[in-house]
Design a protein around this ligand. Sequence first.
Ligand code: PLP
Ligand code: COI
Length: 344
Amino acid sequence: MTTLEKNNIDWANIGFGYMKTDYRYVYNFKNGKWDEGTLTTDENIIMNECACVLQYAQTCFEGMKAYRTADGRVVCFRPDLNAKRMADTCKRLEMAVLPEEKFINAVVETVKNNLDFVPPYGSGASLYLRPYMFGINPVMGVKPANEFQFRVFASPVGPYFKGAAKGISLRVPDFDRAAPHGTGHVKAGLNYAMSLHAIVDAHNQGFNENMYLDSATRTKVEETGGANIIFVTKDNTVVTPKSNTILPSITRRSLMYVAEHYLGLKTEEREVLFTEVKDMKECALCGTAAVISPVARVVNKGEEIIFPEGSNGMGEITKKLYDTLLGIQFGTIEAPEGWIKEIA
Ligand code: PLP
Ligand code: COI
């Protein structure tokens, strides 16, 4: 993209999509060790037809963002937690673990070399970062690769849900999230591949997302296809489902901290029965892409639950959580120690 084209990006109106940026960072793992790593302008990857990622889906990813702060710095949010979560995923998928300092170096270099793509403060957009890894050498029998490629690319993004200001709608699908049972806590590409049918089906029926229930009993709220869920009870307690089969969202962990330590609210991470949802005052999705998106409506077979506050923008507590978290990310509210990594 030329400088002129970059200067003409309509930041306030970009959606959540892929936009090619100038540089991406690559590390290769071979013969039991990671190489020195390099920046490249090449967005294409050439690999063997029998690469483990193509045959057995040995791939995982992370999602994070870089923000331009009110005073013009460029920062990212808790990248150490993304590095740790990716390490957990890699162990579960029999992939090499990238050391945290290499992960952070790749993220920092990718952002530093795409600074023109970090949207201006106040535009509502940010620079999405996608670290990912895949098994690249050919394997025929069912076994893991022993050569891996790790990459980070960047893409400016706007809101994940169109029209989220008016509240989004969820439906409970009448089939399980088809991720391999019990692996929902890792960010494996396969978990997302297996949720694509549910997502297409939800969209075809006019819903933004699926609210998945636990597959063992189908009575407990888990998460959605790309975000965790938070609720606010009538007495202003912030509640989020406890489950070891959902992705441990960094946004959610941060929000629970913000609720307790910045807003003085009571918080609970506990099992949430679907039968309790109708009694909640507010409901929202949270995640890097989803940020905090208020939920207006949840449908489970014939039953419809409406969150009136979600339909008129954000409920009172959701809005406070949103303002505080974004204030921390965009540098207008002091962050807890270690949450903000300054890049430029
Ligand atoms: N749950 C799923 C399935 C996700 O894909 C994501 C996004 O990464 C999240 C939750 C939210 O996690 P985080 O807040 O770390 O982005
Ligand atoms: C994220 O929030 O980073 C996600 O991974 C959600 C989705 C875009 C996959």
